[in-house]
Design a protein around this ligand. Sequence first.
Ligand code: F6R
Length: 365
Amino acid sequence: EKGGYEHFMLKEIHEQPKAIRDTLAGRIKDGLVDLSQEISLSAEELKRFDKIHFVACGTAYHAGLIGKSVVEKLARIPVEVDVASEYRYRDPIITPSTLVVVVSQSGETADTLAALREAQKAGAQVLGITNVVGSSVAREADEVLMTWAGPEIAVASTKAYTTQLIAIYLFGLYLARILETRSESELAEATEALLKLPKQAETLLEDPSAIRRFAGDIAQHEDLFFIGRGLDHAVVMEGSLKLKEISYIHSDAYAAGELKHGTLALIEEGIPVIALATQKAVYDKMVSNIIEVKARGAHVLGLGLEGDDELGKSVDEVITIPETLPLLTPVLSVIPLQLLAYYTSTARGLNVDKPRNLAKSVTVE
Ligand code: F6R
């Protein structure tokens, strides 16, 4: 049942190229995203939304954070992102021109469902992004966009996250097309880049040896940091959650520019820092932040783009991901972080697929 893999998590990590391919299938026509078969909202209705709320928990919340950047950049609609367990209690401003996007692998998470119902009561339209056909989210949301990751068994979510990102890109590109906020050539370029992701993810999975080595090292520690800027910050939040969840090592994920406002005090000789530097627009700033932690003795694993010959000069070890559009990098950059969590957990001899205290589907609020 594990297809020759030692754990479901490793199997599911390796299934990502296929899961991404399946989630893209049938949704691109003549080089552009077309969701008109699945989303029943007309162009007129889509144009009426003046804000979007992404609401979800855990890993799905981290996908929502990427969703904010994607939708704001492509469709120029203001987006807020909320943890579902907080959303209802902060008296959010929901109107009939609000689109609430709930993201849930299982489609059964109690907090997410409660948010969905509350949003509908306030008159909003709800788009559900879910992986389970017939789930509560799939049944109750006004519009549904399925992720086609296939069953996810390991408690730690991997392929569900990457396919949630794909669904979000598809939605963002579709919205941008309808709203005409991006030129057709830009949309075509992004769509082409999207189609290259499965193959690039495959390449990335070929040789985990460097990550495995670093995992062996961090398995000895009780504390570490992840840093990144822009989209990389959202990705390190997911990397940190994954590591905590299955290795029981404490870590924090910081927006790298924020370190010097307090957290830098915790950086001492030998502490592992995992630094993402895949975003060109903030690359130089990110390298400065890496130098700040290096100067305090951190042992830094840098994750950058293929062809980046600079990063190696300021970190101890480098891992690269294939180059894609800056907006799409999270789909690739999260994969080494998933593997890092996996190999750290196995190095510690832990129960990777069923970490302590956690359930696959959280049906209590
Ligand atoms: C982390 C993880 C959880 C879930 C969260 C939401 O690896 O799996 O954080 O992402 O419980 O679950 P769904 O997506 O089913 O609503």
